[in-house]
Ligand binder design. Structure first.
Ligand SMILES: Cc1ncc(COP(=O)(O)O)c(C=O)c1O
Length: 388
């Protein structure tokens, strides 16, 4: 890594952070080591903290602009809602995909424009719809008839976007059983909304997170085209296409397809179905793509049990219900690197337990790590797709 801006964030106080400019070529692990060494004498200082490489976010943004210049970024806040990510992307002029009232309030507070937010949840609290109305956030998704009635009651001038189902079987996380109408049902919904005099303006989809296949984007874009044409026949003039997320963040995610691979397929398919000049605004809701490799985590060893000469278990100040939720949600395995230097010991079979009292809170069940001591620090790289 050779970015210039790093940021150390105390884990439980995300807004009390300091931005540090480091010499070019400094790695996150080197920076984390310096932070822990500086605080060595402070015995109260044992909470986990994040290191955010802001330069990584900027590089991802440049990559996006190069590959998909026609597709405007509406960052999916749910992926990582920490201030450095939101503020950086807001400063770059990105929009935001918010899934709740809190997310809308937070991005507005951090400098986002109300005109660049989509409320992307197909089943919303009535009170949140009212909040969106008060804040002037018009675009919002739906995939069922009840939602049309709800939005009509609380925000009749909202700009509705119908979400279609577009599961990709290869994706690690799919959304189809929870969100998205089939194309046939979407047609019924569009007709229903038309009869209710609601303003439907476009189509959205999400092919799934974590290495989705390429074909799914093509199919979803074709299905969206079909719905744009249908809508035109009944009297609408759709002008918004939202191609969702699913773009790979890190080398781990890119082991199957790189972002450039995916962008190539998406670009060609958009050019075919929604050519330049067609009058449709195209947005995407990339989530993990932006913070994915930017965030590393540093955890303190708060407990150690030496089981045998060659096997140890450790307790760390974090766990699968906090920063390591991907262990639960995506079956991801994580491998820490001890920060203590010099690290000349041989790797030992280690089990790393999370901080909670749940016996299942195991961050790394069987891993090989050079033996560390109480109060040493373990570094967990963002390249493993942590924290989003
Ligand atoms: C509606 C919606 N948009 C965007 C995203 C971001 O997806 P990804 O992190 O795969 O880019 C998600 C993830 O849950 C989502 O539910």
């Amino acid at each position: 890594m050779s970015q210039e801006n790093f940021l150390a964030a105390p884990h439980h106080q995300p807004l009390k952070q300091s931005v540090v400019v480091v010499p070019d070529g400094t790695t996150c692990i080197e920076f984390a080591r310096k932070v822990t060494e500086k605080n060595r004498q402070n015995e109260d200082w044992d909470e986990s903290f994040f290191v955010c490489d802001v330069g990584w976010i900027l590089d991802q943004y440049k990559r996006w602009k190069k590959e998909l210049p026609r597709v405007e970024v509406y960052y999916a806040v749910k992926a990582n809602s920490l201030q450095p990510v939101i503020s950086t992307l807001a400063a770059l002029g990105c929009g935001f995909d918010c899934a709740s009232k809190n997310e809308i309030a937070m991005v507005l507070n951090l400098g986002a424009s109300k005109d660049r937010i989509i409320y992307s949840h197909t089943c919303k609290f009535s009170s949140y719809i009212t909040f969106a109305k008060e804040k002037g956030v018009y675009p919002m998704t739906f995939d069922n008839e009840e939602e049309i009635h709800k939005v009509k009651k609380y925000f009749p001038n909202a700009r509705l976007v119908v979400r279609i189902r577009s599961d990709d079987k290869e994706a690690r996380v799919t959304f189809g059983s929870k969100f998205g109408a089939t194309v046939d049902y979407a047609k019924i919904l569009i007709q229903k909304a038309y009869d209710l005099k609601m303003n439907v303006v476009g189509v959205s989809f999400h092919v799934g997170s974590g290495s989705p296949g390429l074909k799914s984007y093509e199919t979803a874009i074709e299905n969206a085209r079909n719905l744009f044409d249908f809508a035109k026949e009944i009297g609408y003039n759709f002008d918004l296409l939202d191609i969702g997320g699913g773009f790979p963040a890190t080398k781990f995610d890119e082991s199957i397809y790189t972002f450039e691979h995916m962008a190539n397929v998406v670009r060609e398919s958009l050019d075919k179905n929604f050519p330049v000049g067609c009058g449709v605004k195209i947005i995407a809701e990339p989530g993990r793509f932006f913070p994915g490799g930017a965030y590393s985590l540093v955890t303190n060893v708060i407990g150690k049990r030496k089981i045998t000469q060659d096997s140890v278990s450790y307790f760390i100040g974090d766990g699968i219900y906090n920063s390591f939720t991907h262990v639960l949600l995506e079956n991801t395995s994580f491998q820490p690197v001890p920060l203590s230097k010099p690290c000349n010991k041989n790797p030992v079979s280690s089990t790393i337990f999370g901080v909670s009292c749940d016996g299942g809170d195991v961050v790394s069940p069987m891993t090989k790590v050079p033996e560390v001591e109480m109060n040493d620090w373990l570094f967990w790289s963002g390249e493993q797709s942590l924290l989003n």
